[in-house]
Design a protein around this ligand. Structure first.
Ligand SMILES: Nc1ncnc2c1ncn2[C@@H]1O[C@H](COP(=O)(O)OP(=O)(O)OP(=O)(O)O)[C@@H](O)[C@H]1O
Ligand SMILES: [Mg+2]
Length: 254
């Protein structure tokens, strides 16, 4: 689903969280957004999801202005929001039940997704019995249940251990190559952004502006070996230079 932003910004009282940004995301494109803490990445995602009004500008999703939350999307929040009184499976199936659809038909798919995120044996477990990374994976499975044409992911792998994170990166690329939905993926990791995205949007410190948009022309499937591609290193260095120039990283850091 195409997403077009023109002059979309957001203030919270006197705080300008997001300076007006322009961005045109093509149908089926994988976009990563990197930027320092507090630069408005989550704010931007919430605006696109229709969960937060912009202070100005226009948002078109699938060519249309929305009124209220967009329903054809999957969203993974920075902090997984799970219902404590529902099992992992119950959480994945929650929306289906809310929409009055029969969960039975969706159950196999939900179980397959839990299996895919490595939670086969935890479908019946309740959130209190899951680790932070496991909860985040339940939230990812939930976002994928409807096979959404727009997927918004806010630091989805932030709570995962390093090895699971690597595996989830590979899985997400494979999944995306099969489905080619439009993905907006927020991350603090430059490495992860370059590994996954067609284009990386680099944001400046607050008030967040789009500092640069970088095309990643590394062939797919990239797996993890793309890190050894000279282009990978070149782009990673380019982004690091931007953060150095903006004072996000201190000179001594590299
Ligand atoms: N509901 C709110 N009320 C007031 N200020 C807010 C609200 N939500 C966000 N902000 C402010 O807007 C700015 C951007 O916040 P946002 O959560 O979008 O940052 P972020 O880029 O996602 O940061 P992080 O990488 O730490 O998650 C911050 O200064 C934050 O304090
Ligand atoms: Mg955030």
């Amino acid at each position: 689903m195409r997403v077009q932003l023109s002059q979309v910004g957001r203030n919270f009282g006197a705080v300008q969280a997001l300076a007006p940004v322009d961005l045109d995301i093509a149908e089926g494109e994988f976009i990563a957004i990197v930027g320092p803490s507090g630069c408005g990445k989550s704010t931007l995602l919430r605006i696109i999801a229709g969960l937060l009004p912009a202070s100005g500008g226009q948002v078109l999703v699938g060519g249309r202005a929305r009124s209220g939350p967009v329903t054809e999307l999957g969203i993974v929040f920075q902090q997984p929001v799970l219902l404590d009184w529902r099992s992992a499976l119950g959480n994945v199936l929650f929306q289906v039940e809310m929409r009055g659809e029969r969960p039975g038909v969706w159950k196999d798919r939900a179980l397959a997704l839990l299996d895919q995120v490595g939670l086969r044996d935890f479908a019946g477990a309740y959130p209190h019995a899951l680790s932070g990374g496991m909860r985040q994976r339940v939230a990812i499975a939930r976002a994928l249940l409807h096979d959404p044409s727009l997927l918004l992911m806010d630091e989805p792998f932030g709570a995962l251990d390093a090895l699971t994170r690597e595996q989830m990166r590979i899985d997400l690329e494979a999944l995306w190559l099969r489905r080619r939905s439009t993905v907006l993926f927020v991350t603090h990791s430059v490495d992860e952004a370059v590994l996954l995205a067609d284009r990386v949007v680099v944001m400046s410190p607050r008030p967040g502006r789009i500092e640069r948009v970088i095309d990643i022309d590394i062939p797919r499937p990239r797996g993890l070996r793309a890190r050894r591609d000279p282009e990978f290193l070149r782009i990673e260095t380019e982004i690091t230079e931007i953060f150095l120039a903006r004072g996000v990283l201190a000179r001594g850091a590299v």
